[in-house]
Design a protein around this ligand. Structure first.
Ligand SMILES: Nc1ncnc2c1ncn2[C@@H]1O[C@H](COP(=O)(O)OP(=O)(O)OP(=O)(O)O)[C@@H](O)[C@H]1O
Length: 244
């Protein structure tokens, strides 16, 4: 489980997070939905230990990401907002590198790399260097890197940006499969359809705070709306910065 407890973060005069609290449970997909600038990336970066919170804490399986970032990261697969691929490495080499970072070596590493390459159906790309890969191919490599150590938690920042329909489907299938295996999945999005299609629970964020949370159905009931899009507009008062 991921527990975000009263997280606050300020960048000079901008309060990116303002006592943000929510939980993401095992075996569920939790969507962090909010307009541009709501604080989603800031929150995810604190969870994966790249940023220090001013106040509050983010815990992964009870391990505080600020106090013990390495310990917290052991249990995390990360699909960051800007994923850089090492373009001179082949897919297999890149994924092996991430496996190594998570302590896998020898035959266990080889096996884990082969399995994740098979799972993502990128065997025909496995021995190609990633320079020049399409957006969909890059997404699969980033996902393979995130999943190679079979993490219990998976964090994705706007994972479907720039993807075509087919790649988006593959991504969704992989996330559903991970959920069925009990993985705790937290992803950020400002795309309504994506959240409605995938999430068990939605945390609606605005100005660094939770504006509402619940299942998509609960959010509709709460606001007396039939469509999540209308519920969302009612909750945060505008549809600016949100894509249908
Ligand atoms: N390193 C930084 N330095 C200064 N301001 C920052 C920094 N990172 C984030 N911010 C500010 O904090 C606020 C929240 O940004 P954040 O990137 O977390 O939002 P977001 O919800 O992920 O937005 P988007 O959907 O556009 O990615 C914004 O006003 C942003 O300009």
């Amino acid at each position: 489980m991921i527990n975000v407890d009263k997280l606050s973060k300020t960048f000079k005069s901008v309060q990116a997070l303002n006592a943000l609290s929510f939980q993401a449970k095992d075996g569920e997909i939790t969507g962090l939905l909010g307009p541009n600038g709501a604080g989603k990336t800031t929150c995810l970066r604190i969870i994966y230990g790249l940023l220090q919170a001013d106040e509050g804490k983010a815990e992964i399986e009870g391990v505080d990401a600020n106090v013990n970032p390495m310990g917290a990261r052991k249990n995390l697969g990360i699909f960051p907002d800007k994923f850089g691929l090492y373009e001179r490495l082949t897919v297999r080499e890149q994924v092996a590198y991430f496996a190594e970072l998570h302590g896998l070596s020898g035959s266990a590493q080889k096996e884990a790399v082969s399995q994740v390459i098979k799972k993502l159906d990128i065997e025909e790309l496995a021995d190609r260097r990633t320079g020049g890969f399409s957006q969909g191919q890059r997404m699969k490599v980033a996902l393979a890197q995130a999943l190679v150590h079979s993490p219990k938690h998976l964090i994705l920042d706007e994972p479907s940006r720039g993807l075509d329909v087919m790649s988006t489907r593959i991504l969704r299938d992989v996330l559903r499969e991970q959920r069925a295996q009990g993985t705790c999945i937290l992803f950020s999005s400002h795309v309504m359809q994506e959240v409605a299609a995938l999430c068990d629970r939605v945390v609606v964020m605005a100005s660094g705070k939770v504006a509402a949370e619940g299942t998509p159905e609960e959010l509709c009931q709460m606001t007396g709306e039939e469509q999540l899009e209308d519920a969302f507009v009612k909750i945060i008062g505008t549809d600016e910065g949100i894509a249908a």
